[in-house]
Design a protein around this ligand. Structure first.
Ligand code: CA
Length: 436
């Protein structure tokens, strides 16, 4: 997924699918619904009953009928609405993706294995070399280095291989008529019709993912309306068929989000023994010089070059995994898609496309991911111990991490906020010790 908006809104719970992993919410995402990936997602969908299906069909039909007035009031021509919505039906596949709760959240190292695979690096490097003149022109025009644009193209659609084949109107109307993404679906449905009118598109040719993301860099329609650019100069903006258009639009989106050219995104770093992991948080900013004073250094042994730059340190797999010092452009990638795993994939792929190396430190691959029941147990247990982990929804977001950190600090453990099987055992022991 890509752009500004594919993200629904961060109030929505991350629900699995697509690619991702670690939900971490900091800034409001600029693109669309944040969709963390799960492997083996299990949907708690009971065998749907015919009566329930009939009721849902009726609700969908009523939505398609009633929403026409809303679309027309937003400036959509009646004939556009009618032709876009003709023949569409409630799509069960979209509904399932919209409602599913991941049994497991894919560990970041597994996500990166795919998102930054050797094959994806090699293809990206080839495309990077082959499209140099176009990419350099875009660099000059928008101030975003081409390796990041190619990396986003790679992570979003595997360079155009995986763009989604659903009817966009059917996908968005299914999100819009009912369920947790109604507001997003409605807004994007109208944006899709505006896009159709503006670009003279055939609605039957407008395909997307279940979440309404489309084209080479998986924009959502509203993001297209704001950031769409004709990169190849043929007079049309076509993110499905023109990589140049998709890449140029991504460049504009990043530029609009505040990209700072000529800065690195960050580096892999090593932190000293005794490092206070409570400081390893995207929102804890110190200058490079301050981090250096705390004993942080670049893992590849090179010296820091700019010492007054503000930086955060993140440990996406906890204290046992690699650490990264990240600067403003990393946070700009987060605005594109608000998941640290996603931003890290893009930045690491960009480095490797330019010939840089892989992550040096090892990921804690022996760590078993927590099941949904275990994640919920974690939340309930922390609450029993007097911490505030938020709702017991099985989503390990900001509040849970803060509660975990507080528990770790109170128990003399590295306060990385990372939920592990070991830690769950310790939390349960603490409850038993309390007589709970
Ligand atoms: Ca074009």
């Amino acid at each position: 997924m890509t752009n500004a908006l594919r993200h629904l809104n961060r109030a929505l719970l991350p629900i699995a699918l697509g690619a991702f992993a670690t939900a971490c919410a900091t800034a409001a995402p600029a693109r669309g619904p944040y969709i963390p990936a799960a492997y083996a997602p299990k949907v708690a969908a009971a065998q749907p009953m015919a009566a329930a299906d009939q009721a849902a069909d009726a609700k969908f039909a009523a939505f398609v009928h009633d929403f026409r007035a809303t679309a027309l009031a937003a400036g959509i021509k009646p004939e556009t609405y009618d032709r876009s919505m003709a023949g569409i039906a409630r799509n069960p596949r979209v509904e399932q993706a919209n409602l599913q709760q991941p049994e497991f959240v894919k560990p970041i190292w597994e996500y990166l294995d795919t998102a930054v695979s050797d094959k994806r690096v090699a293809t990206g490097a080839q495309l990077f070399a082959a499209d140099q003149p176009m990419l350099e022109k875009l660099h000059t025009r928008f101030g975003v280095p081409p390796e990041y644009l190619v990396a986003i193209w790679g992570v979003e659609s595997n360079y155009g291989d995986a763009m989604g084949h659903l009817n966009m109107f059917e996908a968005l109307a299914t999100l819009a008529y009912d369920g947790p993404r109604m507001d997003f679906g409605r807004k994007e449905l109208i944006a899709a019709m505006k896009m159709e009118e503006r670009e003279n598109l055939d609605p039957k040719q407008m395909t997307s993912s279940w979440a309404g993301a489309f084209g080479q860099t998986q924009f959502v329609p509203s993001s297209f309306l704001t950031n769409g650019v004709d990169g190849d100069g043929d007079g049309k903006i076509d993110l499905w068929h023109s990589p140049a258009d998709a890449i140029a639009s991504t460049a504009l989106l990043l530029a609009n989000a505040g990209w700072k050219d000529k800065e690195p995104w960050g580096y892999e770093v090593t932190v000293p023994t005794g490092f206070d992991y409570a400081d390893a948080d995207i929102d804890t900013v110190k200058t490079v010089a301050e981090w250096k004073k705390l004993g942080v250094h670049k893992t590849n042994g090179e010296p820091f070059t700019v010492l007054d730059r503000p930086a955060a340190i993140i440990v996406p797999a906890g204290a046992r995994g690699p650490a990264f010092m990240v600067f403003d452009d990393f946070k700009t990638v987060l605005k594109y898609n608000n998941a640290q795993s996603y931003a890290l994939a893009v930045c690491l792929l960009a480095d490797r496309i330019k010939g840089g190396g892989s992550v040096i430190a090892s990921w804690p691959r022996s760590e078993m991911p927590l099941t949904r029941d275990e994640r919920i147990a974690f939340q309930n247990d922390l609450k029993k111990l007097g911490y505030d982990p938020g709702d017991a929804d099985g989503v390990l977001g900001h509040k849970v991490r803060a509660a975990i950190r507080a528990f770790q600090k109170a128990n003399g453990l590295p306060a990385d906020g990372f939920a592990t099987q070991d830690l769950l055992v310790r939390v349960e022991r603490a409850i038993a010790a309390k007589g709970g």
